[in-house]
Design a protein around this ligand. Structure first.
Ligand SMILES: C[S@@+](CC[C@H](N)C(=O)[O-])C[C@H]1O[C@@H](n2cnc3c(N)ncnc32)[C@H](O)[C@@H]1O
Length: 325
């Protein structure tokens, strides 16, 4: 799937535009290389429109001037362009059936299998402004996890999204869009500007800026990974690379949850579909394949063989949120 960016890469409709086809193709390559994103080749005019505020922010005349700066290696601008090109739509209970399945089936099974070690590691990859992660924290808070060590980590490429997630302040519209009144009363404090996540939940969660193209490093031994509605915007080869590396960092019985319109194909040698026994409509659940083939034999010829250099996030950044005891 490609990002819905606009009209024509040839930009014929935009008579006053100074941008050339090569500029749009440069932007598409930059988005793919830096963020794995697939920009739709046929949609350039809206792309320029979308970058206009950014050009202004950086004191640049127009899209052409912006691309000229990018070509000179303006790193801060490149990061900002990438953020501007991502789709950050999210909400509390974006997919109620999925969260119900986590609560009723997946988390209890993971806990039963870890009753000895009493440790759970959960990663929400591409968590946008954090609603998904707070919701996971609410689910975990209702489980008998006294004395357990639970790592609940939310990451996103976008620094602005992570800052919002960390702040945990949401408008009335946002909290009402999916949360029950009881949960709002229990886990949020009303403020002038909206509703603030309680300290009780804040102790359970850590957020980090992290690009999925970077080395996963400390993101290892994960029991549950949510990577929902992220890879659908990726270029195919980068999507396969991320899926392959996610299989690698899951524990042997770990579970990957994708968005309901996403799947792990064609990497079915790395994952096993987890059919929805209750027919609740909760799709996108995958277990790591029991016998993972060796990486060399499993790697498809079209999946990229390399990942970007190690992330600035170090293993030391992994955080243990000791929950209630
Ligand atoms: C549509 S939102 C999905 C949010 C949430 N997972 C959900 O399903 O509600 C996609 C998120 O993926 C993030 N993203 C895009 N490319 C990324 C990358 N290369 N690394 C990390 N996050 C990325 C975007 O910044 C955006 O916040």
């Amino acid at each position: 799937m490609t990002l819905p960016l606009g009209n024509s890469v040839r930009n014929r409709d935009q008579k006053e535009s100074n941008m050339h086809d090569e500029d749009f193709l440069f932007l598409a390559r930059l988005a793919r290389r830096m963020g794995g994103l697939a920009l739709n080749d046929g949609k350039g005019a809206k792309l320029e429109e979308r970058l206009k505020p950014l050009a202004q922010r950086f004191g640049l005349r127009d899209g052409a001037a912006l691309v000229a700066q990018l070509r000179l290696g303006h790193e801060a601008l490149a990061g900002a362009v990438l953020e501007a090109l991502t789709v950050s739509e999210t909400s509390f209970f974006r997919d109620a059936a999925m969260f119900a399945r986590l609560r009723d089936e997946i988390l209890p099974a993971l806990m039963a299998a870890r009753s000895g070690k009493r440790r759970l590691r959960i990663w929400s990859a591409g968590c946008a402004s954090g609603q998904e992660v707070w919701l996971l924290a609410i689910l975990l808070d209702a489980l008998p996890l006294q004395g357990w060590t639970v790592d609940l980590i939310g990451t996103d490429l976008s620094g602005a999204s992570i800052r919002r997630a960390e702040a945990g302040l949401y408008s009335q519209f946002e909290v009402m869009r999916g949360l029950s009144e009881e949960d709002v009363a229990r886990y949020f404090a009303p403020q002038e500007q909206g509703f603030l996540v309680s300290e009780r939940l804040k102790h359970m969660v850590r957020f980090r800026v992290f690009n999925l193209l970077d080395s996963f490093g400390w993101l290892d031994d994960l029991d549950l990974v949510l990577c929902r509605n992220v890879l659908m915007h990726f270029d195919r080869s980068q999507r396969l690379s991320v899926l392959e590396r996610l299989a690698d960092v899951l524990t042997p019985d770990g579970v990957l949850v994708l968005g309901e319109t996403e799947n792990v194909q064609p990497l079915m040698s790395l994952y096993q579909d987890m059919p929805d026994q209750r027919m609740s409509g909760a799709l996108g659940f995958y277990a790591r394949a029991r016998s993972l083939r060796s990486r060399a034999s499993a790697r498809r010829s079209d999946a990229p063989q390399t990942v970007r250099s190690s992330s600035c996030v170090s293993r030391a950044a992994a955080v243990s949120a000791k929950m209630r005891g």
